[in-house]
Design a protein around this ligand. Sequence first.
Ligand code: COI
Length: 357
Amino acid sequence: MSQIDTASIKISRAEGSKVSEVDFGQLPFGRVFTDHMLVAYTQNGNWEQAEIKPFGNISIHPALSALHYGQSIFEGMKAYRDTKGNPLLFRPMDNYERFVKSAERMFMAPVPKSMFMEGIKALVSLDREWIPAVPGGSLYVRPLLFATDPYVGIKPSDNYCFIVFACPVGAYYAEAINVYIEEKYTRAAEGGVGAVKAAGNYAASLYPNKFRVDKGYRQLVWTDAKEHKYIEESGTMNIFFVINGKVITPDTSRDTILKGVTRMSVISLAKDMGYEVEERRISVMEVIDSLQNGTLTEAFGSGTAATIAHIAAIGYREGHHDLPSIDQRPISTALLNRLTNIRTGVEPDPYGWVVKV
Ligand code: COI
């Protein structure tokens, strides 16, 4: 390993690159990893120098408190190639701000902004050859923070580990998906941790999801914990409906819904493209009635991994409601095209979302 020390981040390069072994046309989501990762630890509660080093396993204590009690949070963002092949990050500061909120809610040590931003830029720059040059491809960047105290007792950990690794990816959902409106199980209740990216939120969704996956639905659509009457979000993404030509998405004011960076981007783009946008409570009955009377013409999820994922059909109780085919979805298609063009530098970015690496 050759060692290069920069002011804030130590860089230990891998001997060689595995990039030539990758088939960028056939990328399974989240299973291929780049050559390097960033790792930093706190010692006595203070962050030590972060290191970018060859990607590989880490050693952990069996009593690691994150494993037992779930003090673990993460983020997801993407890097793209611009038209000249240079790396661009999409809204990394928004991911950082949410990472800080997640850390605060889970009572964890926040990662300094410079370590997060400079660390991710350095990692993406070093592994820039891994950003797929194929349409729809991107480099998914995963920051992760977890508690490291070896202690079998309940208390906030004194020490933490921050890791960032990256995966070249294609589409998370290769085609439009079927979703099912869930009325028994709950993702998040008011006062809980639904608005942050806590690892346990995803673990808790797996069991309820299983019953619907068995019946041909890829994801659940969660409803509110109190009455199961209002739509919240879908498993891996926020959710949008187009009803009577209006773009409608559940509002996030009750802190039970993740404030998605792609969600915020879709709302801004839709408004600026001249669509009427409503962020408000949307009841299950409104969705079902609108499906039945044909005024609900498009539905899609939004997320970093999912980007804009068309919803093919919505299941509710014993009913199954097919939506119009993808070629009849002008609004979500236009939004996806605009978002893609901004993220890849094909169109100018009037919002300041895109960050050069
Ligand atoms: C993301 O979209 O970044 C997520 O964290 C969702 C996960 C299912 C990949």
